[in-house]
Design a binder for this molecule. Structure first.
Ligand code: ANZ
Length: 814
């Protein structure tokens, strides 16, 4: 009887489905464990072998935790709104709902064929009105809390995609070759900035990769410094004669030799001298077409234009010129800076180019040297040429200047964040509609709760209408509505929510997916939250993972969730590359489809191999040759238990494991348990351990049954189908999925050692330490390697070797 993986896998997948083996229900008698994958976007291409890596890893954890007595929740769903389906609809006229459903069906079939222990009764899709009703409801809560507002802002507009993009989305689209330009538009915004400090501080309580936390810290970008007001020299500008800047280095005020305004700064018009106006206007016009990203590049050649106006430096009353340059952003601080070329790189480049004086006001502490004529000195140090702070170290100097500014009412200490409010509307058809209507008089109203969900209309033409509006704006039947409260005519909001909206809270919906009264029942939320382990790609470090934390905190403040953070532990699986070590892509032709692998080797081989490829977090290439190895390994396990005729291997005996066999068993349980529990989830070494264990068992003449039962349990999280089948054939009842995980006794792991005497021709010449019960051959070998013994036998003919087990070796030479 052969290892017929196809039959076995189908049989057990059906068993799990029929018996709802992995359906999770609240059970107060057990500790809970919520293990979650970042739910996939169901693309039309289906899975490639990179996808199952993370899913297999979480499945191993889910299965392991069940065996450890946890009540495990392991759900799956679909992040199903998104641009590809919409663009396909525009091209073909096929409704995105139809194409998306097809992709979902295919993804689901593929995931099921991997044998994941998912509770499919909890499946959700963000495009389901029963789901997006609650996405709209959460938006409503944000709106009511004053966290959602409309603003005419300068947005990142992508003409090719016909939509605006969030700051977070811009780099990816530019990388893809799209253009992104600035353009003023009225948009929905979410006040994530109100949560900046908490989003920052609470990172410290998370068990997340340090690099991801650091990326969020940088994105939030907290800077401590001061706002300083400069007077504008010359005629009275009617109260508008001060210019406020934000600086992180108030200690460098004495080195400020010019000011810079962002090209969008509102003061420009008032202060620009008549002679400078034309040049300023041209400069402003050019700046419009540059993205923030471009403008912020450090290496970029600095450009600028002089306004003809001067400001007065408050610390020494010197007049300094006011310039305009696009390296200053309107959206950060005050949109204006005091430039200190001696101690800031961008200012240094600018001043050098435009021949503006560079003054040294900070020197390195200690005996380091700096030469600001060659490059700026940007580190902390000691103030020089700086009035009352001369001689002070930077930290102290800053404090003293801030105190002075506050006393003179020239400024004050402040904190700035890089984080901007979240641009929350898109000009797309395939997204959640806003529960918002606009009345003729311009009033914006949120719909009452019983109007939810606001459904997407049925349409058959999705052309972008070119006005910068969503295709929904063209569907007048849908747009024109009435205010349900007054009956007055109204128009629906035609923007839709970004794809991030649905993924901001899906982990909560899994807890209570069919509830039509609340987005999640409070008791269920309390029981299951927080997510104990969240697995997904590192590319989500600042987008999804920051947005979800923000919504979660809002829901926490509103009393709807009980934890401050949604995901306690986060892990990023590494990428699996094509066999050519390049990123898998259709165009390179190096995509490996798991369907094929499963057809040829089975899901258990695929799972084992995904883990055996290397450390979970590493980027590593796929190898079709390599999978043969794990396939042979599974065959070996099969033959170890099942004979050709289907009977059980007669070497397996009902005897207690003792000595070596007991030790091997305890060692294997210990190593695998520790590797699974390891922060790095060392599943690759688990597979090696299993291989070593199987080799050792295979060599035994009599195999204690417990060794085999242990093997079946240990492989169960990794290769669950074969485990179930062997479990059944060995007389186990039902499923092995809830069997108790084997325990180990550390005392039994260690080999005990004995001292063995070494004799040559009957005379004691040496002593060695050896494991108890070391086989005779091996003991002789060890003895011969001993230096003293070697000196007596070298070059001589060995006539006889006598072994007294655990005691003595006597080598007789001529
Ligand atoms: C004077 C100064 C002297 C500065 C010095 C730095 C070094 P972070 O750390 O990123 O917050 N800045 C302020 N607003 C800006 C804007 N809208 N666009 C571009 N640059 C801006 O950086 C804060 C520093 O960046 C501020 O401190 C300011 O330059 C500049 F030796 O002021 B500094």
């Amino acid at each position: 009887m052969k290892y017929n993986f196809g039959e076995i896998e189908q049989k057990w997948q059906k068993y799990w489905e029929d018996n709802k083996t992995f359906a999770a229900t609240k059970d107060e008698t057990k500790p809970k464990y919520y293990v979650l994958d970042m739910f996939p976007y169901p693309s039309s291409e289906g899975l490639h072998v990179g996808h199952p890596e993370g899913y297999t890893a979480t499945d191993i954890i889910a299965r392991y935790k069940r065996m450890k007595g946890f009540n495990v929740l392991h759900p799956m769903g679909w992040d199903a709104f998104g641009l590809p389906a919409e663009q396909y609809a525009i091209k073909t006229g096929i409704h995105p709902r139809i194409t998306t459903q097809k992709s979902i069906d295919n993804f689901k079939r593929q995931l099921k064929s991997i044998g994941l222990s998912i509770d499919w009764s909890r499946e959700i899709a963000t495009i389901d009105p029963k789901y997006y009703k609650w996405t709209q409801w959460i938006f409503m809560q944000l709106y009511k809390k004053g966290l959602a507002y409309q603003a005419e802002i300068s947005v990142n507009w992508c003409p090719e995609l016909g939509t605006v993009l969030a700051n977070e989305e811009v780099p990816e689209q530019i990388e893809k070759g799209y253009t992104v330009v600035r353009r003023p538009m009225k948009q929905w915004m979410l006040k994530i900035t109100e949560y900046a400090e908490r989003l920052l501080i609470d990172l410290d309580m998370l068990d997340w990769p340090e690099s991801t936390k650091e990326m969020q810290r940088n994105w939030i970008g907290k800077s401590e410094g001061a706002k300083v007001r400069f007077m504008i020299a010359g005629e009275d500008l009617g109260g508008l004669n001060t210019l406020e800047v934000f600086t992180t280095r108030p200690d460098t005020l004495w080195g400020a030799t010019y000011m810079v305004l962002a090209p969008e700064h509102p003061l420009i018009e008032q202060i620009t001298a008549p002679d400078n106006k034309t040049a300023v206007d041209i400069y402003k016009d050019n700046a419009k077409n540059k993205s923030d990203l471009e403008r912020q590049q450090l290496e970029k050649d600095k450009s600028g234009v002089f306004t003809g106006a001067y400001a007065i430096n408050p610390v020494n009353n010197e007049e300094i010129p006011i310039w305009i340059s696009d390296y200053v952003m309107m959206g950060y601080g005050t949109g204006a800076i005091m430039a200190v070329p001696g101690h800031d790189e961008r200012d240094w480049d600018f001043a050098t180019k435009f021949h503006i004086p560079i003054i040294e006001v900070v020197k390195p502490a200690g005996n380091q040297k700096s030469d600001i004529t060659k490059e700026p000195f940007v580190d902390d140090g000691v103030s020089v040429n700086s009035g009352f702070i001369t001689g002070l170290k930077t930290e102290k100097a800053k404090k003293k200047v801030i105190a002075w500014l506050e006393e003179k009412e020239l400024g004050k200490g402040t904190v700035q964040y890089k984080l901007r409010d979240w641009l929350f509307s898109r000009q797309r058809f395939w997204g959640e509609p806003f529960p918002i209507i606009h009345l003729d008089d311009g009033t914006v109203k949120i719909l009452p709760e019983d109007e939810l969900p606001v459904m997407l209309p049925e349409v058959d033409n999705y052309k972008i209408i070119g006005t910068g509006e969503s295709p929904l704006a063209g569907i007048t039947d849908w747009v024109n509505t009435t205010d349900p409260e007054t009956g007055k005519p109204a128009k629906r909001e035609t923007n839709t929510m970004p794809q991030w909206a649905g993924s901001c809270w899906y982990y909560l919906r899994f807890l209570d997916p069919n509830n039509d009264k609340e987005f999640v029942n409070k008791n269920l939320e309390k029981y299951w939250m927080p997510v104990n382990l969240y697995m997904g790609g590192a590319e989500h470090a600042v987008l999804h993972l920051l947005y979800a934390r923000f919504w979660h905190k809002v829901l926490f403040d509103l009393g709807y969730v009980s934890t401050r953070e949604p995901f306690v532990r986060l892990y990023h699986q590494g990428m699996i590359l094509g066999e050519d070590s390049n990123k898998m892509s259709k165009s390179r032709g190096n995509v490996v489809n798991p369907d094929e692998v499963i057809a040829n080797y089975g899901a258990d081989s695929l799972r084992l191999f995904e883990m055996f490829l290397g450390p979970l977090s590493a980027t590593k290439p796929w190898s079709t040759n390599g999978i043969e190895g794990v396939y042979r390994f599974l065959n070996k396990i099969w033959r170890l238990v099942v004979n050709e005729d289907g009977s059980i291997n007669a070497k397996i005996h009902d005897v207690k494991p003792e000595g070596d066999s007991e030790r091997i068993m305890h060692r294997t349980i210990m190593n695998i348990t520790e590797d699974i529990e390891d922060m790095d989830m060392k599943f690759n070494t688990c597979v090696s351990e299993l291989m070593i264990y199987v080799n050792e068992i295979s060599r035994m003449e009599f195999i204690p049954r417990e060794l085999i039962i242990t093997l079946v349990k240990l492989i169960s999280p990794f290769a669950p189908h074969i485990a179930e089948e062997l479990w059944q054939r060995l007389g186990g009842k039902g499923t092995a999925s809830f069997e108790k995980w084997p325990e180990f006794d550390p005392a039994k792991v260690q080999k005990s050692v004995v001292t063995v005497i070494g004799q040559v021709n009957g005379k004691v010449r040496s002593k060695i330490e050896a494991d108890t019960d070391t086989p005779d051959d091996k003991l002789i070998e060890l003895m011969k390697q001993d230096e003293k013994i070697r000196s007596y036998i070298e070059g001589k003919e060995i006539i006889k070797q006598i072994v007294v087990k655990n005691k003595l070796v006597n080598i007789v030479v001529k």
